[in-house]
Design a protein around this ligand. Structure first.
Ligand SMILES: Nc1ncnc2c1ncn2[C@@H]1O[C@H](COP(=O)(O)OP(=O)(O)OP(=O)(O)O)[C@@H](O)[C@H]1O
Length: 617
């Protein structure tokens, strides 16, 4: 914006000779006869009219845009507004082609809704012009401080009478501070992509890893070693009320095998094995590999616990819990609408279908291999991940109930209809238990069926009824899949979506592994004392750029000298370096005396040769 010449006043003039600014601005001064110390020429004085006519020819102030750029943080709102209104009244005088009104323009200088007319757009918000703001930013802040700090209350309200020159510095002394533009931009529409796997998955995996390494509590008096298994940790309480496994008590331990992997040892106390042939079924089960069956490894008897114990070893799934623990175990009471209640959320139909499909799949796989499951119960099916279930303790019932008079049939022979029916009934009971959140659901069958009808679909009820219905010569688990129908497709879709999700998460960690390797290379190369005297690492050497690149990636500072701690910057630089892109960057020496423009490709070559040389030494 160009200011009219008429607004400029010599600072050396005596105040009585100085022309009153109200005359210039408003055409009259209401303090003229009330002690105003400035000169008041008559209205028709040629000098004033000449100045006004000069003002008419002054360049017209035309706002460029209506958007208000962020004001300098150094100027407070109050500091900026008073001189701004003064300037704007000057602007008005230059815009006005008619003699100024004798009445004072009564407006609140702090009223941001005050509008003045412009030539081309009628009304225009005086506080929303680029030009004005740019002027505001060129004002000397110190002079505002002076005028506000050192003056009396009155002079603050009549700033135009005192030292008005301070509002018009000849040159800008204000240093424009760099703005943090990112603070003003809108947040991105969606959360930015994370460089790491999701916190939920990470927590889940970390918990599993942590559980694997938990140490056994002291004083448990457990054997140090057991058929090559060591570091036994009980996975359930051995005191208090305990359920029986048939006629026996069983205890589950986590143990570390000879191969260093985790195993679950299910021990049946006080069991005397009468026939070695009872282990035949364990041998058969050890060949069953199914995603919904906990793999069986071996079985043996031991006296290490101080009794005759039978132990069956299974694969360990860290942090698993039984279906009973996950869905049926009574929760601690919580306050719901002011009342202490024990709320047990009902298992959703979708989850139930997923469980049904998985368990039915496991049953089919074992039946197809001539093995009856014989233990399908909410306390023996474990949840090992998001809705992922596996039948545990397979084979144990075969050993415990071995009858030499009716030995298990040879491997590959079909499972008898009776055993199929037993398995199906157990499965039906499990479905009813989960639907009703009650282990005794089938003891009052009519009531339980009512609950199922009320809360679940007819298809689900029909599946439960099919399992619990009378045996038939041709009744088998395969028929259940005909009833499940399209739900199998839904389950498959969910599985594939889950797989995609996990692959995506894996990809992000894959990138991190690549970058960690790169960072390790940097660690090996940089700051090696033996390189200190090497000419290739000196400021004229070809490897100097590795040093500078390290500074570029990790040691950048912002405009205010604060360290830039941006993981995105580091990851983006390292990714480009790893890919060896042609993109060029400017590397600046620490003393800022030399500048190198190099591509990531060049830096990659330097890093590769430096590392190769290092590893060959
Ligand atoms: N293969 C396994 N991997 C990891 N944890 C398991 C495995 N099998 C069982 N567990 C855990 O061991 C604990 C005890 O299992 P168990 O089958 O004895 O259940 P339970 O509810 O205590 O039944 P019971 O009262 O009949 O002993 C449960 O917390 C279960 O999650």
């Amino acid at each position: 914006m160009v200011l009219s010449e008429s607004t400029k006043t010599s600072p050396k003039k005596d105040s009585t000779q100085r022309q009153c600014r109200n005359i210039l601005i408003y055409g009259s001064c209401k303090f003229q006869d009330k002690g105003c110390i400035y000169s008041h020429p008559p209205p028709e004085t040629p000098s004033v009219s000449a100045k006004l006519s000069q003002a008419v020819n002054a360049p017209v102030f035309i706002p460029k845009s209506t958007s208000l750029p962020p004001a300098s943080p150094s100027l407070s709102r109050a500091q900026a507004q008073t001189p701004l209104t003064t300037m704007l009244t000057d602007i008005r005088s230059t815009l006005s082609t008619s003699p100024p009104a004798t009445e004072y323009d009564e407006h609140d200088p702090y009223d941001s809704s005050y509008f003045i007319p412009t030539e081309n757009n009628g009304l225009y918000n005086v506080y929303a012009t680029d030009s004005v703001v740019s002027q505001m930013q060129t004002l000397d802040v110190n002079s505002y401080n002076k005028s506000f700090d050192n003056k009396s209350f009155d002079s603050q309200f009549q700033p135009e009478y005192d030292q008005n020159l301070e509002y018009y510095p000849s040159h800008s002394a204000f240093i424009r501070q760099p703005l943090d533009y990112h603070l003003y931009s809108l947040p991105p529409p969606s959360p930015p992509p994370s460089h790491f796997i999701s916190p939920t998955l990470r927590t889940d995996l970390q918990l599993r890893s942590e559980v694997i390494h938990t140490a056994p509590a002291p004083g448990l008096n457990l054997p140090d070693e057991l058929q090559g298994y060591h570091t036994l940790v009980p996975l359930e309480s051995t005191s208090g009320e305990r359920r029986k496994f048939g006629n026996w008590y069983s205890t589950v331990y986590r143990a570390t095998g000879k191969d260093g992997r985790g195993y679950v040892l299910r021990r049946v106390s006080d069991f005397r094995l009468m026939h070695q042939a009872a282990f035949l079924s364990i041998e058969q089960w050890s060949h069953v590999q199914h995603p919904n069956i906990v793999s069986v490894h071996e079985a043996f008897t031991t006296r290490s616990f101080g009794d005759n114990s039978l132990v069956v070893a299974y694969t360990y799934h860290p942090n698993a819990q039984t279906l009973y623990d996950a869905h049926i175990k009574p929760r601690a009471p919580t306050f719901v609408q002011g009342r202490l209640q024990t709320t047990q959320p009902r298992v959703s139909e979708r989850t139930l279908w997923s469980y049904i499909i998985q368990i039915a799949g496991a049953m089919k796989a074992s039946h197809d291999q001539g093995l009856a499951v014989r233990m399908i119960d909410v306390t023996k099916v474990i949840v090992t991940g998001q809705n992922r279930v596996r039948i545990g303790s397979c084979g144990l019932a075969d050993v415990l109930t071995y009858n030499p008079a009716a030995p298990p049939h040879a491997s590959g022979a079909p499972v008898s209809a009776t055993q199929i029916q037993e398995d199906l009934v157990m499965f039906g009971k499990l479905i009813m238990t989960l639907c009703c959140n009650n282990v005794a659901a089938t003891s009052n069958f009519a009531k339980s069926l009512e609950v199922v009808t009320q809360h679940y679909s007819t298809d689900l009820k029909n599946v439960a009824l099919f399992c619990l219905s009378k045996p038939g010569a041709h009744k088998h688990i395969g028929q259940l899949f005909d009833m499940i129908g399209s739900r199998l497709l839904t389950e498959m879709d969910d599985l594939q979506n889950g797989l995609d999700y996990l692959e995506g998460e894996l990809m992000s960690e894959l990138e991190n592994a690549r970058l960690v390797r790169l960072l390790c290379k940097f660690g090996f190369i940089n700051e090696r004392p033996e390189f200190a005297r090497d000419a290739r690492w000196s400021e004229t050497g070809d490897r100097y750029i590795i040093k500078l690149f390290r500074d570029y990636v990790f040691h950048q500072v912002d405009e205010r000298g604060r360290p830039v701690v941006s993981l995105s910057h580091v990851l983006s630089c390292l990714n480009k370096l790893d890919a060896g892109t042609d993109e060029r960057i400017m590397l600046v020496s620490r003393d800022e005396q030399s500048v190198l423009v190099v591509s990531y490709k060049d830096i990659k070559a330097c890093v590769a040769s430096a590392f190769a040389e290092l590893s060959q030494r």
